[in-house]
Design a protein around this ligand. Structure first.
Ligand code: BES
Ligand code: MN
Ligand code: ZN
Length: 483
């Protein structure tokens, strides 16, 4: 699907579906006489989308009216959602029609350039569907949208370009998450990172087992031991501002599958665990967006990629393991594996890559899902100023975050009895104690932990989301780097 803008004014309706956005109480008659007649019966309530067929110069043409609701209550996130719904609606209409073409003309008179950007982002993201493994039969194949031209006199090229980069990077993350674990496992995830690095312009280095052991990443290695698919440690570097010593560090949880290990998951809760590398996918997607936009910033991302599998070689409940930070850990539950891999990854990125701030992104706890559902990402941090930057980034992306408190009581809940730490903090406050555990490996570097167990997937295809991976928080990470 291609999207671009044009400064010329569309004079007559043609074979493409013509889209017009309408605010409540707005008079749209200035564009076409016919529009005036049609729009009289149209309620411009937010998200109300109607397609009508008109006779124009002896041709039947499609006109799509899109309700934006009240002008004062419209924001960018609402526009993304409307854009996504519009895309889904039009694809549904194309499916049942013999169309001359699958193009869309959007006539813009009432959106400013930032709003055009958000609307475009919503359309591009709303177009996504993970159906590559479905054998296509001609009769049921969903019609694609080929070209979108936004007719506007405003200078919207930059905003549309940015929308393309951000949605493309989000879709890269969605694809990685939606791929099953027999396709994406540590080795192939690393191969994808290398491929994307070459395409978008960041450097990628892959460490295999020997190097992982040599670095002393014993906690990461313990989790990986049970699988025949060997671990990979992926390092991605982008230096857009060589003179500056500031480096933003991103760490993504990269469990390409999580069976739970000996603390085995039930079939129902195991079923979705190919998505346990959504944190990894989001930092890879963010690296694509950052380098594609050539941001004048330095960003390094790492992923400790492995599978939490069950075999005679797996680590076991009760084991005491070591870590790169030389802190010892009692394994109370082999299903609390993410924090073990993250402990080494975050210690590595701070101490070996010398990042000056760090964000970890992880599908870490079912408790995060219980807390905020798939509506917002719970966050734990050791630095208020850094959190304020994340809040700004989140406002720009529309991907919501909410800060949890990190009281000392929570930190004490992960102190070990026979070792320095234990990998679970008991049944209460599970989302925060998981964050507190990672915090033990951070030191004084400004740090943010994002638990995306809820927000990284969607159970419904709605707005600009599709069923399965959402690609959150790729766009927030991009804006955090950009700020
Ligand atoms: N990957 C899971 C968390 C998860 C749950 C992600 C649901 C997405 C949806 C994580 O490794 C896990 O199993 N966490 C345990 C921790 C517990 C054993 C302390 C959990 O949340 O039950
Ligand atoms: Mn687990
Ligand atoms: Zn997990």
């Amino acid at each position: 699907m291609h999207i671009k803008c044009s400064k010329e004014i569309l004079k007559s309706l043609d074979d493409a579906i013509t889209v017009v956005t309408v605010f409540e109480d707005e008079n749209v008659s200035t564009m076409f006489d016919k529009l005036n007649i049609v729009s009289k019966n149209f309620s411009a309530k937010e998200n109300n989308i109607e397609i009508v067929t008109l006779l124009e110069n002896d041709n039947l043409v499609d006109l799509c009216l899109v309700g934006l609701g009240k002008k004062e209550s419209l924001d960018k996130e609402k526009l993304r959602i409307i854009g996504g719904n519009l895309c889904k609606k039009i694809k549904g209409v194309f499916r049942n029609k013999v169309c001359k073409n699958n193009d869309i003309n959007i006539i813009n008179v009432n959106l400013d350039i930032e709003q055009i950007g958000a609307f475009s982002e919503g359309i591009l993201l709303g177009n996504y569907k993970f159906d590559k493994y479905k054998t296509k039969s001609e009769a049921f194949e969903e019609r694609e949208i080929d070209n979108i031209i936004i007719f506007t006199e405003k200078e919207a090229e930059y905003e549309i370009e940015k929308a393309k980069i951000l949605s493309n990077s989000t879709i890269i993350a969605r694809d990685l998450v939606n791929e099953p674990s027999n396709i994406i496992y540590p080795k192939t995830l690393a191969i994808e990172a290398v491929r994307l690095g070459a395409e978008y312009g960041f450097n990628v280095e892959i460490y295999e087992e020997e190097k992982i052991k040599a670095l002393g990443m014993e906690a990461f290695f313990a989790v990986s031991r049970g699988s025949v698919n060997k671990p990979r440690f992926i390092v991605m570097r982008y230096f857009g501002d060589e003179e500056n010593t500031d480096i933003l560090g991103l760490v993504g949880k990269g469990l390409t599958y999580d069976t739970g290990g000996y603390s085995l998951k039930s079939n129902a809760s195991m079923l979705d665990m190919k998505t346990d590398m959504a944190g990894a996918a989001s930092v890879i997607g963010a690296m694509c967006a950052i380098s594609h936009s050539k941001l004048k910033k330095n960003v390094i991302a790492v992923v400790a990629a492995c599978e939490n599998a069950l075999s005679g070689g797996s680590y076991k409940p009760g084991d005491i393991i070591n870590s790169m930070a030389r802190k010892t850990i009692e394994v109370l539950n082999t299903d609390a594996e993410g924090r073990l891999t993250l402990a080494d990854a975050i210690y590595y990125i701070i101490n070996n890559e010398k990042v000056t701030k760090v964000v970890d992104v992880a599908t870490l706890t079912g408790a995060a899902l219980t807390l905020l559902g798939n509506v917002a990402t719970p966050v734990v941090t050791n630095n208020e100023d850094f959190y304020c930057e994340l809040e700004k980034a989140s406002t720009l992306s529309g991907e919501r975050v909410w800060k949890m408190p990190l009281y000392d009581e929570f930190k004490n809940m992960v102190k070990g009895e026979e070792a320095d730490l234990k990998n679970t903090g008991g049944k209460n406050a599970g989302c925060i104690t998981a964050g507190a555990f990672i915090g033990e490996f951070v030191g004084s570097t400004p740090w943010i932990h994002m638990d995306i167990a809820g927000t990284s997937t969607s159970s419904k295809s709605k707005g600009y989301k599709s069923k399965g991976a959402t690609g959150e928080p790729v766009r927030t990470l991009y804006y955090l780097a950009e700020i």
